[in-house]
Every structure is written in C-alpha cells, then in structure tokens.
Unconditional design. Structure first.
Length: 569
C-alpha cells in the first residue's frame, strides 16, 4: 500500500505556520477537499479493484435497472471540453452522468390553493439546501394533494440534492423523504460510488452558471462535469481521512475562537477600567496601562477602531496628557468667550442649564459648560433646486451627501452645489464661515458620526446643523470633542429620528485650558499616527500571511522531489 497520504500531523504543522492568516481555516478546508479528489489525501493500494472495473459494474447495474423498467435508457454522455488531469493509474475521470443512475427535478404546488400547503410532507427549496451536509427538515411542508397536483417529486433518503439555480452548487444529502422544488435536482448515485465521496467532490467544484439576473446550470451541463473516480475501497478511505482532518480543523477553529474571545475580553476589561469612575491619578494609571497594552492586543481592524475611539474619549476627559498648573484656567477662557460674544443678561439666558454631575471629577483648571456656550449654531436652509444650479460660485451649498468623505478625512474641500450672494439673499440663508463644524440632524445619518469642518464660506441645507466654535478654542480640539459626542442619545422620534437644537445645546462638556487643548491635539495626532502604523502593519501582515498560505498550499499540492530539490540547489 502506498503510504504517501496527508496526515493530521502534516495538516497541524501547516496550520501552525499560517494560523494567523484571516481565512486560514476556510482555505485549509478547501485544501483538504482538493487533495481528496486529486488522490493525494489517503493512501492508495495497488490491490484495489481499479476504477475501470468499477465502471463496468456501474454499466451492468444500469442495464439491469433498464431491463427491469426502473430507469430509462441513459443517453450517451461526453465531456463538454478536453479534460487533462494527472490521476493515479487505477483512477478514472468520467462525466458525472456516468455514475448517476437517475435524476429527478421538482416543482412548486400552487400557492393560491391552501389545501396544498402546511401538510405532513417536507418540501425542500434553495433555502433548505447547503446549510449542512445532511438535510433532516425543511422550512415548508406540503400535502399529498400538493404533491399530486404539481411537478414536485418525493425523494427517498440518501440522495444528493443539488441546487441548479438561485444558489447554484449548494448541496446536501437528504436523510428523510423530501419533496423538492424546481430549482433542485436529486441525483441517484450508483451503489458503487460513495455518496460521501461525491458530496466532497461537489464541495470542490466551482460552478459557473449562465443567466443575466439569476445564474443557473442546465442538466446536460451538470451531467458532463468531469468526475474523478477512485476505486471504491479508496473512496471510503478518502471519506474517512476527510472526516478526520475536518474534525481536527473544527477543533483548531474552536481554539482560535477561544483565543480571540479571551483577547476581546481583555481588551474590553481595559476599556471598562477607563470608563469606570476613579480619581484622576488612578484614571491616568489605567490610561497608561491601556495605551501600552492595547496595541499588543490589536490583531483585527475593528480593534484598531476601538483603540482610536478610546484615545478620543481619554482626550476629552483629561486623561491623555498631564495638566500644567501654570495654564490659564478654563474658567477664564469661558469669560473671554462670553465677552467676545457680547453676552448681555439676555444672551446669558440663552445658555441652558446642563447636567454638571454627568461629567464627574474634572482635572484642575478645567471647566464644565453647556455645548452651546462654546460657540454659535450654524443653521441650515431649504433651497429649491433652481437655486442650486450654479456651475460655480463663491459659496458651497452642502447637503448630508457632501459629508461622505474618504476615511479619516474631516475637511470639506469640494461640493456638488454652489450658490452666490444673490441666491443666499433671496433664500435668507446664512453663509457660515470656514472652521464651522457641521453634522447631519435628521434620519439614519445621525448614527454615522459624520462631523465635517468647512474650509470655505458655505450654506447648509435644513437636514444639517453645525456649530461655529469661539476663536479662543482650538478648532482641532473642538473637532475631537464633537467626534466623541454620541448624538443618537439625544435624537427624538422613531420613524424619522431628528436632533433638536435645544437638546443639543444642553449637552455637558468638559473644557480644558487652551494650552492643554494644544497639547491634547498634539498627543492625539501622535497616537492616531501610531494607529495608522498598526493598521498598515496588520494589512501588511495579512498580505504576507496570505502569500505564505498560498505558497505552502502550492508546495503541499505540488511537492518537489528530493533529487529535484538537490539539483535545484
């Protein structure tokens, strides 16, 4: 017996080299199946009855069934194209139809006749097939009348159910009697072919259907698919080896999920410690630990996103940089802002009450304020389309769609619509200054956390809102603040959620001294650059792992003999 088979030890060694590749398990599953149908998975035995004899037995079986009237005389079948493949001397490659005794299609009872449905007969459609190897139940059921009055067929257990369209190539083995619809085909295999081996073959076959809207394959095309046929004894060894290696991959996949879950729990615990109430010194210690540990725990892009948000949350809570007692207090900053805005007693009445306690303990020299105390609203206007038709103009006219910028972009530098002074005057629209931060105020866009900075005088439509922060506030710090505010917590309405200015105005914010704002921005920039490098490193590592996986799988499929290797050296 030839012992050149693929062992569990070899698979495990291969996995250990590519375990971190994003789709390592899925690729190794396909690899095992590919080895199986190429005769490179299980040991071969020269004493096995060759496939050529097996084909004679299958032909005799068909002739007997035809004579008994159990099946129709089969039509001649040939390949649709030349087939060139290296196989063992006791294997054969034949059209799939050569090993199929019979095939049946199906149909759907009339939906308008209630007496055809919700009966005792299980009725399979595309949505039932391919979920698992064995089909033991169906979503829908029909009655005996439904079966009798449709083109559906009741298929006995132990047949291959193949999807021919609307999910082309999905396959299951029915272990219960089941009626089928017109998108399925039931294949009755010869007793000289292992149905489990045939099932594994179908998992390796890439179906290429035709059709503009729904891809499908015709029956004649299905029956002409090249089918690698090993001796029956080897088919059984192949199935046993596939089951063994797939069970090993199941265990490896479960272990990987456990490792990922443990890493996620550690990351979540680190973030929870940051969010928990604590004195400032303890909070800073937690922050130092998180910033030191989280990069090592980040192995997926979604974890990098979490790290970015953590950095921003630390920044606006005073936990990212050290405080300097020599900084001008934020309270003085608030007074200067109020003076610049000319806040009379009437103006001060416009500043709403806010929940000071929601901010917790603030760092020294910080101040609590309502969001609107830091700037002025930028209000949107409704514009008829004929007022937005300028090919160019001195001002942007911006909609929510103009906020769809590339990743990590925050400045709006172009627009789809423009207006001029005359149009703005006719529509009584305000032109908002560069530096204004705008965001969506209605609909599902609220949840997207889009915050954009104007770089040019602009009008905005009435689905947008914005804030022009006071000149005594670092614009980059203001942008960081706005990106940490979850506006979905303040939206009203269920069918069409919307933001109200009065609610947003009272959002409590913690204001640092201006000098500390500058330090925070510099620190965030440095840490975001680190996140960029981590992201790039992850992407590069994924590419490298993918290439390694490809190379190792190629080598395993096409091993170089020892003499050839020495000659090459």
């Amino acid at each position: 017996m030839n012992e050149q088979s693929f062992s569990a030890g070899r698979l495990l060694a291969l996995y250990e080299r590519v375990a971190d590749a994003p789709d390592a398990i899925a690729r190794l599953r396909r690899f095992v199946l590919d080895l199986a149908v190429r005769g490179k998975l299980a040991p071969q035995d020269p004493a096995d009855e060759p496939a050529s004899v097996l084909l004679k037995r299958i032909a005799a079986e068909k002739a007997r069934l035809v004579k008994a009237g159990e099946i129709k005389e089969p039509k001649p079948i040939s390949f649709l194209y030349d087939v060139a493949a290296e196989i063992s001397s006791n294997w054969a490659i034949v059209p799939l139809g050569e090993v199929i005794l019979q095939h049946l299609g199906g149909g759907t009872p009339s939906k308008s006749n209630a007496s055809y449905w919700n009966g005792e007969l299980r009725w399979a459609s595309v949505k039932d097939v391919g979920k698992s190897k064995y089909l033991d139940d169906t979503i829908d059921r029909i009655t005996e009348a439904g079966l009798a009055n449709s083109s559906s067929n009741l298929i006995k257990p132990g047949k291959l159910l193949v999807v021919m369209r609307m999910g082309l190539g999905k396959i299951s083995i029915n272990c219960i009697p089941v009626a089928i619809n017109q998108d399925l085909r039931a294949l009755f295999l010869s007793q000289h072919v292992s149905i489990d081996y045939a099932y594994n073959f179908f998992l390796t076959h890439g179906f290429e259907g035709t059709g503009l809207t729904v891809k499908g394959i015709k029956l004649d095309q299905l029956l002409c698919i090249p089918f690698p046929l090993p001796p029956l004894a080897e088919q059984r060894r192949i199935v046993a080896k596939v089951d063994e290696l797939m069970a090993l991959l199941d265990r490896l996949e479960a272990a990987r999920r456990q490792r990922e879950a443990a890493r996620d729990r550690l990351t979540a615990a680190s973030l929870t410690r940051l969010a928990a109430p604590a004195d400032l010194e303890t909070a800073r210690a937690h922050a130092r630990f998180a910033l030191a540990a989280l990069p090592a725990l980040t192995t997926r892009p979604d974890q990098i996103r979490t790290l970015r948000q953590t950095i921003l949350n630390l920044a606006v809570r005073g936990k990212l940089v050290e405080q300097d007692p020599g900084d001008e207090p934020a309270a003085a900053l608030l007074k200067r802002i109020a003076t610049d805005r000319g806040e009379s007693s009437k103006r001060r009445k416009d500043i709403p009450d806010f929940d000071r306690e929601a901010l917790g303990e603030l760092p020294p020299n910080w101040a609590a304020a309502a969001l609107i105390a830091l700037g002025d609203w930028a209000i949107g206007s409704g514009f008829p389309k004929n007022e937005q038709g300028l090919p160019d103009g001195p001002y942007f006219f911006l909609k929510v769609s103009d906020m769809n910028l590339p990743k990590n972009s925050k400045f709006i530098v172009t627009a789809n619509n423009f207006i001029d002074d005359a149009a703005a005057k006719r529509m009584r629209a305000a032109i908002h200054t560069p530096g204004t931060i705008i965001f969506p105020k209605i609909g599902g866009a609220i949840a997207t956390n889009k915050r954009r900075i104007l770089t040019r005088g602009s009008a905005i439509d009435n689905n947008c809102l914005g804030i022009t922060f006071a000149r005594h506030i670092d614009l980059e710090w203001a942008y960081l603040l706005m990106t940490t505010l979850d506006f979905t917590l303040y939206q009203a309405g269920t069918a069409v959620p919307a933001l109200q200015q009065g609610t947003l105005a009272a959002i409590p914010v913690a204001l640092p001294p201006l000098a500390e704002q500058h330090r925070i921005v510099a620190k965030v920039d440095a840490l975001m650059a680190l996140c960029d490098r981590l992201e790039a490193a992850l992407a590069d590592a994924d590419v490298a792992r993918q290439r390694l996986l490809e190379a190792l799988l190629h080598e395993a499929l096409n091993p170089v003999s020892e003499p050839s290797r020495k000659a090459a050296e």
